[in-house]
Design a protein around this ligand. Structure first.
Ligand SMILES: [Zn+2]
Length: 223
């Protein structure tokens, strides 16, 4: 049986399907300092943050914190109180700034994806490989539906069904190549060598599409 989690604030059990924390309230808390809380406490803290804390709410919060000796919890709750003092305009402005940062990070990531160099070979002319970051694979599966039997009847490939099949396969190819690129950029690579896409039949109706390659860091050589 799964061990049930207990809300650090009120001591009630956290239902398995709930995923509330100080971050989900919108508190600026580092992931390692975040704490999971129950749905009731989420609603309580969320309303404090949005509409300001009443005296009773502060009292209730202090009562819950008393004697717990959980410094992180006290810190996180005081961040909620702090935010509750911001005016709606200030909260909106802060939200806007946060979204701007996220958008900028996204843009930077997309730039790295665009700049990622890829080869089916094992080097790039004018560059040297400075670090090998490992072999990566990314896969997806596509159902062939009415292409059933295609493995035993290859003539279908050249028949009327072939165009639709081809577009499905090329779509899957894009998915796995994009997935592979995202994964390697995430670990700090700026190039992939030995990139390859393979297809595997699972039974008659499912095709597995797998992209793989070795993530590397490359640098321009002077010359
Ligand atoms: Zn709780």
């Amino acid at each position: 049986m799964a061990k049930s989690k207990i809300c650090p604030l009120c001591g009630e059990e956290i239902a398995g399907f709930q995923h509330y924390s100080f971050a989900t309230i919108g508190i600026d808390v580092e992931p390692e300092n975040d704490q999971e809380i129950c749905g009731m406490c989420f609603v309580r803290l969320d309303s404090i943050k949005k509409y300001g804390a009443t005296e009773d709410q502060i009292k209730g919060l202090n009562a819950d914190l008393q004697g717990k000796n959980d410094e992180q919890l006290i810190k996180n709750c005081s961040l909620v109180i702090q935010d509750s003092r911001l005016s709606p305009e200030e909260q909106i402005e802060r939200e806007r700034q946060k979204n701007e940062v996220i958008a900028q990070e996204r843009l930077n990531f997309e730039k790295k994806i665009d700049a990622l160099m890829v080869t089916s070979g094992f080097n790039f002319e004018g560059y040297k490989i400075t670090e090998y970051l490992g072999f990566f694979t990314y896969e997806t599966a596509i159902g062939m539906g009415f292409f059933k039997g295609i493995a035993s009847n290859f003539s279908n490939f050249f028949g009327t069904e072939s165009n639709s099949l081809r577009s499905k396969l090329s779509e899957a190819r894009v998915i796995v190549l994009d997935g592979l690129k995202v994964d390697v950029v995430n670990i700090g690579a700026n190039a992939i060598i030995g990139i390859d896409v393979d297809y595997t039949m699972f039974g008659d109706t499912i095709v597995g599409v797998i992209a793989n390659g070795t993530a590397v860091k490359i640098e321009k050589t002077d010359l």
